[in-house]
Design a protein around this ligand. Structure first.
Ligand SMILES: Nc1ncnc2c1ncn2[C@@H]1O[C@H](COP(=O)(O)OP(=O)(O)OP(=O)(O)O)[C@@H](O)[C@H]1O
Ligand SMILES: [Mg+2]
Length: 256
């Protein structure tokens, strides 16, 4: 496991956002985090990515317990997060967005300070191509790309800047079937390049084809983490749909 949580918990005031959640991601694997609105998915990834800190339980990176102080801290450990709004500037070109706000690690591109445009263009073009992303012209504004293409650029950027773990918060939720398929392909490609991917989604049909492990959340509690061999798409869908009922049942049983 590159990254692991053991019984992690988080409260916001009186709201228990997460309770006793255990999960992990290994290199070259995709862990899917599934759950309905308010399940705690974003809270979990914000802890993983250094935005929030957990109140209880343990968070381990490379087997060592950590407490990340900021997203920068996470990034320095190779944990990159792609949020739904993507933090891109629509009117800026693809290549400029590719380098936006990501200080190159290990001085890969010191030339960019002097604004080595030709090099930046070339790197962006090559990196996108290496991910199998076909963008006609890296000079075109990011705003002219489809939602799926934009997600793909964000994924390629994180891979290029040295991510070992890629966290994707609902990258397919705003997309149509075809565009979602495109993004799922890049998730698989990042996995094949050896990254650990954490893929957050509402949709078991998006999760199942690319996922190796599945963590189900319901109102902040876990309904279990399953390896692919131990669960079918049908079971995953049923668990998602049945989460609320299951919780009700648990409460009733506890009362007895
Ligand atoms: N900063 C915060 N302050 C107070 N409450 C919060 C905060 N962040 C999240 N919560 C609460 O924690 C719970 C889990 O929210 P979270 O955003 O993690 O859910 P989610 O699974 O990502 O939902 P969605 O699918 O809608 O994105 C919710 O009840 C939410 O209102
Ligand atoms: Mg969310």
């Amino acid at each position: 496991m590159i990254l692991e949580t053991r019984g992690i918990g988080k409260t916001f005031g009186s709201v228990l956002a997460l309770r006793e959640v255990s999960m992990g991601v290994a290199a070259g694997q995709v862990t899917c985090v599934l759950g309905d609105n308010g399940a705690g998915k974003s809270t979990l990834i914000k802890i993983l990515s250094g935005v929030h800190q957990h109140d209880t339980g343990a968070y381990l990176v490379d087997g060592k317990e950590v407490r990340l102080s900021s997203p920068r801290d996470a990034l320095d450990r190779g944990i990159a997060t792609v949020y739904q709004d993507l933090a891109m500037i629509p009117l800026m070109s693809v290549w400029r967005n590719f380098f936006l706000g990501s200080e190159p690690r290990k001085g890969l591109l010191p030339g960019l300070k002097a604004f080595d445009v030709a090099k930046a263009r070339r790197v962006a073009r090559e990196e996108l191509r290496a991910m199998g992303i076909d963008i006609r012209d890296v000079d075109q504004p990011v705003g002219t790309l489809s939602g799926g293409e934009r997600q793909s650029v964000a994924i390629a950027r994180a891979v290029y800047f040295g991510a070992r773990v890629l966290i994707l918060d609902e990258p397919t939720s705003a997309l149509g079937v075809k565009q979602a398929g495109v993004v799922l392909r890049y998730i698989a490609r990042a996995r094949d390049r050896g990254l650990g991917v954490i893929f957050i989604t509402h949709n078991p049909h998006h999760a199942y084809p690319v996922g190796d492990r599945f963590l189900l959340l319901n109102r902040g509690t876990t309904l279990g983490e399953y390896a692919k061999a131990d669960i079918t798409t049908q079971e995953l869908t049923a668990l998602m749909a049945g989460g609320a009922e299951l919780e009700q049942l648990t409460h009733e049983l506890e009362r007895e």
